[in-house]
Design a protein around this ligand. Structure first.
Ligand code: ADP
Length: 406
């Protein structure tokens, strides 16, 4: 079945056309037929990148609305011969927040739309744009089945003691303030892959998955179910990220507002855009730059890397406790897949947890699926590149065919 995967952000659209079927999933033989990205939607200099059948194009012209962007994507797909639109039977939409209702991916009907709108208060920068993508795609592909795949739904198996904040309970019951977690599609994908690579199902393993990209989160997965994750009500909590601080004493925020006389908007921008690796180093949010700079003796870049790794290490320790031991730690995301020195530093002196990384295997594992632990180490360490689009396509197929998750 041909599935179109759409990821609609505030000013961007990423899309992929994927051919998949139950047999292809079982053999890991799904096929990516085309992929594209339209950025700076709404400006005069939007960029349009597209790839199909080995041919790549890059263009720049004005794409004014999300509807125009989706029409443009469809034109590119048809023009390349990758698919006639009538052949597309399913459209998988990435939706950031599913609130407490969605515990798995769902066909988008009026009720689903109403619930995504209701969860928009919790993700005002994302859910409305995800819905714009749905409306535009639905208008162009009315016969296809549209499916929502949520970033949050995988974490709905967290027990109350993991998701509750210790503030007056009314804020949970009335305002739904609790920990939700994000990156669920990525954590779920690498846990499937880990099991697949061990010719078993996810039900066999306790895993700690570390998604380290621009946004970063760790997840504790017990026998296929998320039991804790480091992001919370919003993606600001948890690990140090490119531009977000992760865990921070709320008193520091009060101090910023009270003593430093910052407005709420300034605090919000500071915590989302100017903190994290960028905030500490003062130079870059990009781990490649920081590794370079640290190599040249830049102490602030080194501090940013040290603090980043130390935070991940602490979460790994915490999730060992939460899971009462783990079979493996899995690294994914741009940093997790590529930055061997960062993985090495995180795993240093975790021998008491059975984690021992083999230096040569680690150095060689750049952007590939590979075990990097010493052969005799009791806790395995793996690098598994994530593929959220593929999981969205597979989920869409499964929802359409009513096939339960493995
Ligand atoms: P996003 O969260 O936006 O999807 P990515 O998963 O692409 O981001 O991760 C981006 C991060 O990955 C950046 O910090 C980038 O520096 C880092 N990264 C990518 N390749 C490498 C590399 N070869 N070495 C170190 N860091 C890398």
């Amino acid at each position: 079945m041909k599935i179109l995967v759409l990821n609609c952000g505030s000013s961007s659209l990423k899309f992929q056309l994927i051919e998949t079927s139950p047999d292809q999933i079982a053999a890991n033989q799904d096929q990516q037929l085309a992929a594209g990205a339209i950025a700076k939607i709404g400006g005069a200099d939007s960029t349009i990148a597209f790839e199909a059948g080995g041919a790549k194009t890059k263009d720049a012209y004005a794409v004014l609305t999300h509807k125009d962007a989706i029409a443009e994507a469809f034109k590119l797909l048809e023009g390349s011969g990758a698919a006639k639109l009538d052949d597309v039977e399913g459209v998988g939409h990435r939706v950031v927040h599913g609130g407490e209702h969605f515990t798995e991916s769902a066909i988008i009907d009026d009720d689903t739309v109403r619930r995504i709108v209701a969860a928009s208060d919790l993700a005002p920068l994302h859910n409305p744009h995800n819905l714009k993508g749905y409306y535009a795609a639905k208008a162009l592909l009315p016969k296809a089945t549209h499916v929502a795949v949520f970033d949050t739904s995988f974490h709905q198996t967290m027990p109350p003691e993991a998701y509750i904040y210790a503030i007056p309970y009314l804020y949970y019951t009335r305002d739904k303030i609790r920990r939700y977690g994000f990156h669920g599609t990525s954590h779920r994908y690498v846990s499937y892959r880990f099991a697949y690579l061990h010719t078993a199902t996810r039900g066999h393993y306790k895993l700690i998955t570390c998604h380290l990209g621009n946004g970063c989160s760790v997840c504790a997965i017990r026998y296929g179910k998320s039991v804790d994750t480091s992001m919370g009500l919003t993606p600001v909590e948890g690990l140090i990220m490119g531009t977000r601080p992760g865990d921070l004493d709320p008193g520091a925020v009060m101090y910023m507002v009270g003593r430093a006389e910052m407005g709420l908007h300034e605090v919000d921008v500071t915590l989302n855009k100017f903190s994290g690796l960028y905030g500490i180093s003062g130079t870059s949010n990009d781990m490649r730059d920081l590794l370079d700079e640290a190599g040249k003796g830049n102490a602030r870049a080194q501090l940013a890397i040290d603090a980043f790794c130390y935070r991940v290490k602490k979460y790994i320790g915490a999730y060992f406790a939460a899971l009462d031991g783990a079979d493996a730690v899995v690294f994914t995301g741009g940093i997790g897949e590529n930055a061997a020195p960062v993985r090495e530093k995180i795993c240093q002196s975790l021998g008491s947890l059975g984690i021992r990384v083999d230096a040569a295997k680690n150095q060689a594992a750049i952007g590939v699926e590979r075990e990097i632990s010493e052969d005799a180490a009791p806790t395995k360490v793996w690098v598994i590149p994530t593929d959220e689009e593929l999981l969205i396509a597979r989920d869409t197929l499964r929802v359409i065919l009513k096939i339960p998750h493995p």
